[in-house]
Each structure stands twice: as C-alpha cells, then as structure tokens.
Design a protein around this ligand. Structure first.
Ligand SMILES: Cc1cc2nc3c(=O)[nH]c(=O)nc-3n(C[C@H](O)[C@H](O)[C@H](O)COP(=O)(O)OP(=O)(O)OC[C@H]3O[C@@H](n4cnc5c(N)ncnc54)[C@H](O)[C@@H]3O)c2cc1C
Length: 427
C-alpha cells in the first residue's frame, strides 16, 4: 500500500458501500485491459462493456484510490488553456470543438449519475472568484469573451458586493458564476461508476499492480500473480503512472494537492459562508477551493507540494489558507486532512495519445479531471470501436514534454511553481 493513503479522508469515511474486488490471479483473456480504476479507467471500461467488449480493469490499490477518490469534486466546463490561446495553437474550428467537448464532458457526468442513480451529493453551481481586486478585470473579460465569442449564456459576472454576500467574507471580490456546473462527492461518484461497470460485465481486480506489459500482436499485461492477454491496452494511471510507461512519463508532472474537512457546522454558519451551497475556487496560482459536504462540513482545498511525500500534518498545512479568508473559523475543529496526486501537463491541456496501434493513453487533466477524465475514458472507448474523431481532436493538441525529461523536470518546475506561489503573496 502506498504510504500516501487516503483512508483518513472524509470521503473514505462517508463512502457508500465499498465492494471488495478480488486481486487478479492466473491468466485471463479480454478484448481490452484497462490499467487504473479512476474516472478515466472506469469510464473507459463502462463505455466499452456497454458496446459489448470483454473488459478487465486492473487497479493497484482500490477503486477511486487515486485522485478520483480524493479531489475537490468541482465539475466545470472549459479548459485550463483559454479559448483564445487554443485558437492560436490549433485553429479556431478545433478550439471551438474542444470548448464544446468540455461542455459535453460536464453533461456526461450528469447523465451517468442520472442513468446509474449514483448517490454522490450532486449539487448545482460553481463560482470562480477573485482573491485580489486586481484579478477582477480578467474575470470580467473572461465572462464577456464566453458570452460574446462563444455565445455561451450559462455564465454570469458577479459583482464584488454580491460575491461578498454569497460567501460571507470581504476578502473575495468579483467572480464568474457557472450556472450549469455541478459539484459532488468524488469517491462516491467513482464507486458508482465501478458498480455500473461491473453490472455491464467489466471484471475489476483491485490490489493488482501492473508491473509490466507489452502491446502489439501478443499484448499482455502482467501483475505479480497474473496476466491478462488482450487485444487492446488502455493506460489510465494519470499522476500515479510512475515508471510504468517511460514514453509518456515526461509529458506529465505529478503534483500533490491537499484538502481538509471541518467538523459539521451549524446551518446558520453554512448559509453565512456559502449562501447558495455552491462550490468555489479562487484566482490564486495555487488555488483555494471549497464547498460544503452533505453533512455540513466545510471541505477546503489549499496548498500543494511537488515531492514524493505529503506533509506530515496536513490539517495544519492547509488550515492557514482557510483562515486567511475565514478567520472566524479559527475555533472550528478540523476532523480530516488528506492529499492526492494529480498530473499536470506543460500547456495544461490533457494529453491523449495512441502510443501503438493497440495502446491508448489519456492523462494530464491538470486539475480539471472530474469531467475531462470521464470524457477521456469514453473517447478511448469510442476510438477502439471506430470513432476516433473526438479522441483525435484532443490528441492533435501539441503536448510538449517537460524540459529535462523525467529526471530533471523537477528542479525547473519547482522553481517555476515557487515563483508563482510567491506572486500569490505579493501581487
Ligand atoms: C486534491 C485534489 C483536488 C482536485 N480537485 C479537482 C476538482 O475539484 N475538479 C476537477 O475536475 N479535478 C480535480 N482534481 C483532479 C482530478 O481528481 C483528476 O484529474 C482525476 O481524478 C483523474 O482521474 P484518473 O482516473 O485519470 O486518475 P486517478 O484517479 O489518479 O486514477 C489513476 C489510478 O491508476 C492506478 N494505478 C497507477 N499505476 C498503476 C499500475 N501500475 N497498475 C494498476 N493501477 C495503477 C492508481 O492506483 C489510481 O487509482 C483534483 C485532484 C486532487 C489530487
């Protein structure tokens, strides 16, 4: 078991019935072997099984053990690269199509939750707010761009005064409110996808770390105690890929991000700090994000590190970020603190690739993966069944490797990240 365990998380403690899936043992045949049971792998497996393929899904720990069971639960359209910048890189038509895919990814999450009746505290509304007055102009411009250039009418600019009334603090300023975005309990969403996939015929094996594989004519995926012989292999390991596939490791950088959960708060306090029960993310480079849980806890995400290890005392690492905006919560008890590893790419667009004829990968959602990883899995399933258009739309976005490859990417990235987090403090 990896030492960066999430069993201490609020999500793990409030998980719906967890099913134990037996480890792989001996030889199995499948049409497709998927590696990694986060949203990418679960969505791929589910969509493939619905198309009639025989699918085996291998997970080194447990379903949703990675970022999918630990995240902020915000499901918002858009990409981390602006539409204007994307248009310069891939052309206006492709940038428009990528924007529409992001809208579809949010709808896909909602549709799956409805179709499989996944009980995951689904709630409406996400707002991005300025952490400094100087950030408001950019947010106003971004809203206006989406309304005018993209003809998107499900977004509103929210004034300083209204943000402050909604969030009960004068430390946040103007924001953009995404009417159609949602937030949810991430682990229960992953567990619901696993249940749906199993019902559709997918064979899930937990505690089955893939140690090596070969694609090509005699594709085979090996764990310590078994082997899956398959026609296709899908890589869905994201920030936990490690050394499994050196050809793509340099395309992503694993980053650790942390969340705390307070004790349950009174209804009155909840309404004061989050009047409309929405999810919020701010404009800092190392963003703060928060929402209320189903049982009135404040879940606050803040702070990250770029090492293999998590801080020893996560509650005390994250708490100061919360108190900066809500000093009145200084007496509130922190019941949980946990972390997770996500993968970012150099240009913050997801990295989708076909490494060999029968080997696909989708990774690097750069903090935007609840919706995009669900879509990534579906697009790999479509690519295998013959509709490659949307998978290729993403795979054609240039995905540069981090300078220095897997060995030397750390020093450059860490210096860059530290520079920007210093800017958070001063500008
Ligand atoms: C703290 C935090 C907050 C976040 N907040 C948000 C948010 O609010 N909104 C949002 O959209 N995104 C958010 N993200 C990002 C989002 O969680 C991820 O983009 C998404 O979960 C990626 O899903 P995935 O399936 O690709 O990867 P993961 O969920 O990480 O799954 C990969 C799986 O592969 C398994 N694996 C790895 N190697 C092997 C192997 N050799 N053999 C077998 N299995 C293996 C791992 O154990 C893991 O379970 C956040 C991430 C973190 C960490």
């Amino acid at each position: 078991m990896n030492e960066n365990n999430c069993r201490a998380s609020y999500y793990a403690d409030s998980a719906n019935d967890c099913v134990d899936y037996a480890a792989l043992s001996g030889e199995q045949q499948a049409d497709i072997c998927v590696i990694g049971a986060g949203y990418t792998g679960l969505s791929a497996a589910l969509h493939l099984a619905k198309k009639g393929y025989a699918v085996t899904l291998l997970e080194s720990e447990t379903v949703g053990w990675g970022a999918s069971g630990r995240n902020g639960g915000q499901v918002c359209p858009g990409h981390n690269m602006s539409h204007a910048e994307l248009s310069k890189k891939v052309g206006r038509a492709a940038a428009d199509a990528l924007w529409h895919s992001s809208l579809e990814s949010v709808q896909l999450v909602k549709d799956l939750i409805a179709e499989y009746q996944i009980d995951c505290d689904l709630k409406q509304g996400v707002m991005h707010v300025a952490a400094k007055p100087a950030h408001v102009a950019d947010i106003r411009d971004s809203v206006s761009y989406k309304q005018k250039v993209l003809a998107y009418d499900k977004i509103d600019f929210v004034s300083d005064a209204e943000v402050q009334a909604m969030l009960g603090t004068e430390r946040y300023y103007g924001g953009e409110y995404w009417q159609d975005a949602v937030h949810l309990h991430p682990l229960n969403y992953a567990l619901g996808l696993a249940k749906a996939a199993t019902a559709a015929g997918v064979k899930i094996h937990e505690h089955s770390r893939v140690t090596q594989y070969q694609a090509g004519k005699h594709a085979a995926v090996h764990t310590q105690d078994g082997v899956v012989k398959a026609k296709y292999i899908l890589l869905a390991c994201n920030g936990y890929l490690d050394k499994l596939e050196p050809r793509i490791a340099g395309k992503i950088m694993p980053i650790n991000n942390f969340i705390i959960a307070t004790e349950p708060l009174s209804d009155e306090l909840c309404r004061r700090i989050n009047r409309d029960d929405i999810a919020v993310a701010d404009s800092r480079f190392v963003i703060n994000y928060f929402k209320l849980s189903g049982d009135n806890r404040l879940l606050w995400g803040g702070g990250e590190n770029y090492r293999r290890h998590f801080p020893k005392d996560i509650p005390n690492f994250v708490r100061p970020y919360m108190l900066q905006f809500y000093p009145e919560l200084s007496d509130v008890k922190i019941d949980y603190g946990w972390g997770g590893t996500l993968a970012i790419t150099l240009n913050r667009m997801p990295h989708f690739d076909r490494l060999e004829e029968n080997l696909f990968v989708a990774q690097g959602y750069s903090g935007h993966g609840v919706a995009l990883a669900t879509l990534g899995g579906k697009l790999m399933a479509e690519a295998i069944s013959g509709s490659v258009e949307t998978f290729d739309l993403f795979s054609r976005v240039p995905s540069p490797s981090f300078p220095g490859g897997t060995l030397l990417r750390w020093p450059g990235l860490v210096a860059g990240m530290l520079y920007y987090s210093m800017r958070d403090r001063f500008f």
